[in-house]
Design a protein around this ligand. Structure first.
Ligand code: FES
Length: 119
């Protein structure tokens, strides 16, 4: 068991490892993101948590970035590494964004409007 001092953390990445994301290389995506964080010496800046299903299985593998509230779809090990580098530059991985947060989640493209409406 670990208790991290998270002061100074800039981004928290929630990496989905539910069954659909797992089938779409979720574990490899998590490993690639963590490897890139280590490579960049950014362990004190980007924190990661592996989650269960985030409710967007058709977007597998899903990675969510906070506090910016950006949801990334169809992540791969390669795009996971790119995401780490972009975040460290204060940028986003535009091609993979499905939702952005502006008081509520906003679909970045028509892909974000697909799915069952929550009641
Ligand atoms: S398993 Fe990842 S969003 Fe459902």
């Amino acid at each position: 068991m670990t208790t991290w001092n998270l002061q100074g953390t800039v981004n928290h990445l929630l990496i989905c490892n539910g069954s659909s994301c797992k089938k779409n290389k979720g574990e490899e995506v998590a490993e690639a993101i963590e490897d890139e964080i280590d490579k960049q010496g950014a362990g004190g800046i980007i924190h990661t948590t592996v989650t269960r299903c985030n409710g967007r299985c058709s977007d597998a593998c899903v990675v969510i970035s906070y506090p910016d509230g950006v949801w990334y779809r169809e992540m791969t090990p390669k795009s996971g590494k790119a995401l780490v580098r972009r975040l460290l530059e204060g940028e986003r991985l535009e091609d993979h964004i499905v939702y952005m947060y502006d008081g509520q989640l906003i679909a970045a493209s028509s892909k974000g409007t697909k799915g069952k409406k929550k009641k």
